[in-house]
Design a protein around this ligand. Structure first.
Ligand code: COI
Length: 349
């Protein structure tokens, strides 16, 4: 089936300050929207950004059937625009949708909508080192009824906001050993709204104690490191890049995957394996050089300066020569078209 996307344009907002707005509060002029009814996606269109009307009975408001993605578009050094790894995001979107009993968006509809949306909003892409247009494709269950059931109707949107660094300074994080983000057989690998909502309470408790994020541990024994609130976690321990393997409880981060691939290209020592809290604690206690950082689309590479393990605080290395910054720079250079894109990650418009 071929889809034609209608476009209703909006007069562009004059002079916008994309530098100082907090992450995700400044929508671009337009949004993409299409509704799923009777097993079909209907009336795909790009329209002026606006609030949507919803019945209070709408299913997603009650039972959390929602899934989202986060990806970015950049200005490259030659002035072209690059959407980074949309295929990988599309693949993960589908895995999340499947887990939440939601219908796939056909790939050509997803990609056409994304390309046309970004093409229309190029004025909103910050053209500086840290800036990008953050793209948020998402789907909600839109059938109107209170019965607990899988929705028969959905809405798929793409919206965008110009962004810079998600975290403006190195993070203080706390290993969480009471609360759990995800369990085996649960939805941990899916980018569904409920995973984030459920993480707020423990994160809030950590924030009240001065931490930026929690480090989630496995649900059975709280022994092994999983991920952090908005990102995967990676470490350099005495020069070796170590990160937990993917499992049903960890998000398959696109940035995680990109950084692992770049690290391999750079011939770094890499170990994708379970890391226990004790191993990390012993390494820090023994004075080994430990770099810790979050990896995510929004966060990119977010250095951790302090990690609290069983209420004891340990300092991680964040010096300018830290290896995580070499990975971050290499990722930037590929996305900006400075270095060769040998893995074909850049979707250049
Ligand atoms: C992302 O990195 O794209 C995320 O979805 C994390 C957060 C902004 C929710």
């Amino acid at each position: 089936m071929s889809y034609s996307i209608s476009i209703q344009t909006q007069e562009k907002k004059s002079s916008v300050d994309t530098q100082s707005a907090p992450f995700g509060v400044m929508p671009t002029d337009h949004m993409f929207i299409t509704e799923y009814k009777e097993c079909q996606w209907n009336n795909p269109r790009i329209v002026p950004f606006a609030s949507i009307n919803m019945s209070p009975l709408t299913l997603c408001l009650h039972y959390g059937q929602t899934v989202f993605e986060g990806m970015k578009a950049f200005y490259m050094k030659d002035g072209h625009i690059n959407i980074f790894r949309p295929e990988k995001h599309y693949e993960r979107f589908n895995k999340s949708l499947h887990r939440m009993c939601m219908p796939e968006v056909p790939e050509d509809l997803f990609m056409d909508a994304l390309h046309q949306f970004v093409q229309l909003e190029t004025d909103w892409i910050p053209n500086d080192e840290e800036g990008s247009l953050y793209l948020r494709p998402f789907m909600i269950a839109s059938e109107e009824r209170l019965g607990v059931k899988v929705s028969d109707e959905y809405i798929f949107f793409i919206v965008g906001t110009p962004v810079h660094q998600y975290y403006s300074k190195p993070l203080k994080i706390k290993v969480e050993t009471t609360y759990t983000r995800a369990v085996d057989g649960g939805t941990g690998f899916a980018k569904c709204g409920g995973n984030y909502g459920a993480s707020f309470y423990p994160s809030q408790l950590a924030k009240e104690k001065g931490f930026d994020q929690v480090v989630w541990t496995d649900s059975k024994h709280h022994e092994f490191i999983e991920e952090s609130g908005t990102m995967n976690l990676m470490f350099f321990i005495d020069g070796t890049l170590v990160t937990p393997p993917l499992s049903g409880t960890i998000l398959d981060g696109v940035t995680r995957d990109s950084l692992l691939t770049i690290a391999k290209d750079l011939n770094f020592d890499i170990q994708v394996r379970p890391i226990s809290i004790n191993e990390l604690k012993e390494a820090l206690k023994a004075g080994k050089k430990v770099e810790a950082f979050g990896a995510g689309t929004a966060a990119v590479v977010a250095p951790v300066e302090m990690i609290s393990i069983f209420d004891k605080e340990y300092t991680c290395y964040t010096g300018a020569d830290a290896q995580m910054f070499a990975l971050k720079q290499a990722l930037y250079r590929i996305r900006k078209g400075v270095d060769e894109d040998k893995h074909h990650w850049n979707d250049v418009l």
